[in-house]
Design a protein around this ligand. Structure first.
Ligand code: N01
Length: 546
């Protein structure tokens, strides 16, 4: 059994940065990664059309100025392929691979209070111990598996966008079904339409999708980014960690004239990107204002899609715009003008079963296909945590006390689980912000917290229950007036007994969150409870996988 200071689970964006940051302060770090390479979601989600939906110049590491200088993004929104090349470059450039154990899955971790360590076990029977366990497992990584009856009978091929296989998937000229029309399904369908013999898009809920506005990036933009001093600080002081998306002051709907309102909507549509969420400052709070934006998008769908019946089925009515994650597309609605694309409305006529040759609906209608692409979404936030049997000294599971929604302090730790960090977790800005910067911000906090402990000979840390409760109240208060709190989606936990709702991410903004974290750290990590060492902590000797 090898001892480490820190075991990191996952070698995606968070895992890579955790190795670099924590190793840099003299800690021995082992990262355990189930995949065959680095990259996390960008390693696994290699489906055609996969692309980030935040500007590449923001959605990247900011800890190294040399890295920012040398990596030249080619497009406003990097493709999965470019992002994966970038993350591999980071792994090589900072010599991170020697700390990573690939193709190894952590199955269990048990806290040993007498030693103030976790025992960590892998699927292949390896065992390690660590003073700190850091889950860099991602919020959107545990995919919903297809459980349609009859799938085993299907004679064709089937794949999941979230785990696109590393083999040749036959697409050209094939009859293809895409099931699911979230960000993944929309991106995949748009790309597949060009190559498929026929594409059937199975839609249960019509979602709002807006043009991404992807363009090649010219050198001047990249040079300006590099020339900007304190860019990292500036992004940390922005609401979502991406200034371009939401730049400029925004007023309430009532503060604009009718001509200005239309102009703002049209300009945002043309510019593309997440800014459609903030054409008017009050669109997430006032349903009447929200409806103006939603009507505008529905009108665009009708203008784009030639067949009126298809256009109407694509128009989202089930929820207000922006109350589920807005989808960024590159010509999604246009594919329905192609003769080889059919929209299948499975809200009206649900999928009954998969047959040997295709997909049968409740009405008896059957669509014969060669390939099924499932884009069914994820068990968000806690799904990846629940795949690992993580137990505290009482034998409780990490998420066992979360039956009424996740509980955490600053999106990072939960009471009862000492020395366990889950950066970008519930109760932090997480999926509502730039996740690369979010990881950096929280892992820096972890590094400072460990340094604080080591300097004082402290062995354990966990959130004080009152401080955690107070933070959860703040998270709830920030979301209390939002329309989206009352819309079912992966960011909302609904209690089955009384229907009460918990909005999982913190919506107060990355800027406010970061200021709170800074104040907490400056105040001796107020709200965290430390256990004193019986004897000075022995740093673990090993720095590379055994
Ligand atoms: O997952 P989703 P996703 N029968 O949950 C449908 C990030 N991301 O992977 O809405 C039929 O949004 C389900 O239908 P319904 C991003 O944060 C980012 O697409 O439940 N359909 C829905 O249409 C995003 O928000 C990018 O009625 C079924 C779809 O499956 C998050 O990941 C790219 C069904 C799931 O949509 C998740 O996106 C990709 C069934 N039985 C992902 N079960 C970028 O652009 C589920 N569905 C960076």
């Amino acid at each position: 059994m090898t001892d480490y200071d820190v075991v990191v689970i996952g070698a995606g964006i968070g895992g890579l940065y955790a190795i670099e940051r924590l190793r840099g302060q003299g800690l021995s770090v082992l990262a355990v990664e189930s995949g065959s390479g680095v990259g996390g979601v960008w390693h696994h989600n290699r489906y055609p059309g996969a692309r980030v939906d935040i500007d590449s110049i923001d959605y990247c590491f900011h800890f190294s100025r040399e890295l920012t200088r040398d990596w030249r993004w080619t497009e406003r929104y990097a493709s999965q392929d470019e992002l994966l090349r970038y993350l591999n470059h980071v792994a090589d450039r900072f010599d991170l691979r020697r700390h990573i154990l690939f193709e190894t899955t952590v199955t269990a971790a048990q806290w040993r209070p007498d030693e103030a360590r976790y025992d960590v076990e892998t699927g292949s029977g390896q065992r390690f111990t660590c003073r700190f366990l850091l889950l860099a497992t991602g919020n959107l990584s545990a995919a919903r598996k297809p459980d349609f009856p009859g799938l085993d009978d299907f004679k064709g091929d089937w794949v999941q966008t979230s785990h696109w296989p590393d083999r040749d998937v036959q697409i050209a000229g094939k009859r293809i079904a895409v099931i699911g029309t979230g960000s993944s399904g929309v991106q995949a369908a748009t790309a597949l339409a060009e190559r498929a013999g026929h594409l059937f898009v199975f839609q249960r809920t019509a979602n709002y999708s807006v043009p991404a506005g992807n363009v090649p990036l010219d050198a001047a933009v990249l040079d300006a980014v590099f020339a900007e001093p304190n860019r990292r600080e500036a992004l940390l002081n922005s609401r979502i960690g991406s200034r371009l998306e939401l730049e400029g002051g925004v007023l309430n709907y009532a503060d604009y004239s009718e001509a200005e309102r239309l102009d703002r909507l049209e300009r945002q549509w043309t510019k593309g990107g997440q800014g459609m969420n903030r054409v008017f400052a009050d669109q997430g709070l006032d349903l009447a204002v929200n409806t103006v934006v939603a009507d505008f998008v529905r009108a665009k769908i009708r203008q784009t899609v030639h067949d009126p019946a298809t256009a109407e089925r694509l128009c989202p009515y089930d929820y207000p715009i922006g109350s589920r994650r807005l989808i960024m597309d590159t010509g999604y609605y246009e594919i329905f003008n192609r003769p080889n694309v059919t929209l299948v409305d499975v809200a009206a006529d649900p999928i009954e079963r998969i047959t040997e040759s295709g997909i049968r609906l409740k009405s008896g209608a059957e669509h014969e296909v060669d390939l099924i692409v499932f884009a069914l979404g994820f068990h968000a936030f806690r799904g990846a945590m629940e795949r690992i049997d993580i137990r505290n000294e009482k034998g409780e599971h990490l998420t066992g006390g979360w039956s009424r929604g996740p509980r955490a302090l600053l999106g990072l730790m939960t009471t009862g689980f000492p020395n366990l960090f889950f950066p970008t977790g519930p109760g932090g800005p997480s999926v509502l912000s730039n996740m690369v910067l979010m990881n950096e911000q929280q892992i820096d906090f972890v590094g400072e917290l460990i340094a604080h402990m080591d300097a004082r000979g402290m062995r354990t840390v966990q959130p004080d229950r009152d401080a955690q409760d107070a933070w959860m109240d703040e998270v709830a208060a920030a979301a209390s007036k939002l329309i989206r709190l009352n819309v079912d989606n992966y960011m909302v936990h609904v209690n089955s007994d009384d229907g009460s709702r918990v909005f999982i991410p913190y919506v107060g903004g990355l800027d406010r969150f970061n200021r709170t974290c800074r104040a907490v750290a400056a105040d001796g990590f107020r709200g965290f409870v430390f256990g004193q060492a019986l004897e000075p902590t022995q740093p673990s000797a090993s720095t590379e996988p055994a």
